[in-house]
Design a protein around this ligand. Structure first.
Ligand code: ADP
Ligand code: AMP
Length: 216
């Protein structure tokens, strides 16, 4: 299954992607995670991306397309993948279509997670992750079961993203509405778009996504 999770920052794409990875056994391809790894490793791509990401603007299509193209060639993507945070512009969507066409494959489904802006700001403001395994949490909506202990790996160190602040979030939302939201029409026209109400609890949203994917 080749799937795109589409939605604004904080909509729950990463959260849902991780649940789908567990269920379907295909990898999550998060361009945000890949770029953050490049920034941490101070690679040439990371050095270019760092300043742009800290403002909440989009990294260039050229850089992101190249990262995704390399990633989907890896053997673990042979049976499918879940794209999280890519494509984010019409140019990226065209580039993705061309990459897949070259391999003789295509997308099966694009799931749009719809969440209102107030809730997005609340979700992003309370987001943190386990520093060891990357499991995602939220101060209010998804606390670790045992305080300061990761449910998944037992780790005790957590981190917060530098770009998860109110000012950067305003830019990220603007970038979403200007550059990314046109993809809703783009994929609708291709007959691939499925809209899910992302306002419900994590498990409820997961069930709704699964119902769509299992009926494909
Ligand atoms: P995205 O990948 O779309 O930016 P995340 O999956 O990282 O979003 O979710 C953003 C924050 O909101 C995280 O802290 C996550 O735990 C929380 N979250 C995700 N889905 C929900 C939900 N359905 N209800 C409440 N909080 C959620
Ligand atoms: P995310 O983790 O998806 O919230 O992405 C964090 C940041 O990484 C974004 O604000 C952008 O600066 C950058 N980024 C991630 N994915 C893309 C993409 N597909 N195109 C351009 N920039 C991206």
């Amino acid at each position: 299954m080749r799937l795109v999770l589409l939605g604004p920052p904080g909509a729950g794409k990463g959260t849902q992607a991780k649940l789908l990875v567990e269920h379907y056994g295909i990898p999550q391809l998060s361009t945000g995670d890949m770029l953050r790894e490049a920034v941490a490793a101070e690679t040439p791509v990371g050095l270019k991306a760092k300043a742009v990401m800290s403002t909440g603007n989009l990294v260039s299509d050229e850089i992101v397309n190249a990262i995704v193209s390399d990633r989907i060639d890896k053997p673990d993507c042979a049976n499918g993948f879940i794209l999280d945070g890519f494509p984010r512009t019409l140019q990226q969507a065209d580039a993705l279509a061309a990459m897949l066409e070259e391999k003789g494959i295509g997308l099966d489904c694009v799931v749009e997670l719809a969440v209102n802006d107030d809730q997005l700001v609340e979700r992003v403001s309370g987001r943190f992750t386990c520093a060891s395994c990357g499991e995602g949490y939220h101060d209010v909506f998804k606390k670790p079961k045992v305080a300061d202990t990761c449910d998944r790996c037992g780790g005790h160190e957590f981190k917060r993203r530098a770009d998860d602040n109110a000012e950067t979030m305003r830019n990220r939302l603007q970038a979403y509405y200007k550059e990314t939201s046109p993809l809703i029409g783009y994929y609708y026209a291709k007959g691939l778009l499925k809209r899910v109400d992302g306002m419900g609890e994590i498990g409820v949203v997961h069930e709704a996504v699964r119902a769509i994917l299992d009926s494909e």
